[in-house]
Design a protein around this ligand. Structure first.
Ligand SMILES: [Zn+2]
Length: 294
């Protein structure tokens, strides 16, 4: 295993090198290491944390916040496959509240806001980073032609047992294939999110739509300036939540990658109440829709 840290020295959104460090501490400091050991267990030491710093950078050009030093691919695989025990993640998901499952159905239903006159079976949907496949199962139940993309073999097997069509690697997708891409709680984890946005540009049909949902970091970023800042399982979580978006930086990130923010137009799939709710959400939320602009 070749677990290493790599440094992201330019803005992950606008590529500017004009950045400021908001908080910098060694991973092996008491403050950080105690948290990591409690959260990931003793094997966290296998991540070769010595002499590496947890650093939060802010872009002085576009305000994006990201963790500068992140694990390489091997490190991420070890983190997500070994340190985060897959079955406990599934148990957590499956024993979650009914509301959680209901939210997958609600999300999947929203695809029709954008295609009010088309039959669901004629709408091709991709869930990128599908995890255990719950969104895909909900979307399939509503009749959409849905595919799930995921790296983890154990998650793929689980989803396949539930009838989900799998794409192992996004590079295998045909050009101009999908109408809609859903990606939920994924972009905060990616070392190079722009590469995935380029793939989305390629595999979406003209004027195809994506829904990106990430944790809202507006409050937690303000807390970074405090001298007694402590790591926690929030949107700045060390090693995992390496990109921290706000409603504004999510929009500029999409725009830097040739996607424009949209809200659904009033149509027969949408009640007036929902229509206004969607308009307000676009100012305060980090679950937003974007349309391919080139
Ligand atoms: Zn920037």
């Amino acid at each position: 295993m070749n677990i290493k840290f790599i440094s992201r020295n330019e803005c992950i959104s606008c590529k500017s090198k004009n950045l400021k460090i908001l908080n910098s501490e060694f991973f092996t400091s008491e403050n950080i290491f105690n948290y990591l050991q409690l959260f990931y267990g003793d094997n966290v030491k296998d991540l070769n944390l010595e002499n590496q710093k947890l650093e939060y950078a802010v872009c002085l050009n576009c305000s994006m916040v990201w963790q500068k030093n992140v694990l390489n691919e091997e490190g991420l695989e070890y983190l997500y496959e070994i340190l985060i025990y897959a079955e406990s993640s599934l148990n957590k998901r499956e024993s979650g509240s009914y509301n959680h499952f209901y939210s997958y159905i609600e999300n999947a239903k929203r695809v029709k806001y954008f295609y009010p006159d088309r039959k669901p079976r004629d709408i091709k949907v991709l869930d990128f980073g599908m995890g255990w496949g719950h969104y895909c199962i909900a979307s399939k139940a509503l009749g959409f032609d849905v595919y799930g993309c995921e790296l983890s073999d154990v998650r793929i097997k689980f989803a396949q047992k539930n009838g989900v069509k799998i794409i192992k690697n996004i590079k295998e997708c045909e050009d101009n294939y999908f109408d809609f891409i859903n990606t939920e709680q994924v972009f905060e984890h990616l070392n190079d999110p722009s590469i995935i946005m380029k793939e989305f540009q390629r595999i979406l049909k003209n004027s195809g739509i994506i829904n990106i949902s990430v944790p809202n970091s507006l409050k937690s970023i303000k807390g970074l300036n405090s001298p007694d800042w402590k790591p926690s399982n929030n949107s700045l979580q060390p090693l995992q939540h390496i990109n921290s978006f706000t409603p504004q930086t999510l929009k500029s990130f999409a725009s830097n990658n040739n996607f424009i923010n949209i809200t659904p137009e009033y149509n027969k799939q949408i009640s007036i109440k929902t229509f206004f709710k969607e308009k307000i959400k676009s100012y305060i939320s980090t679950s937003l829709y974007f349309k391919k602009s080139i």
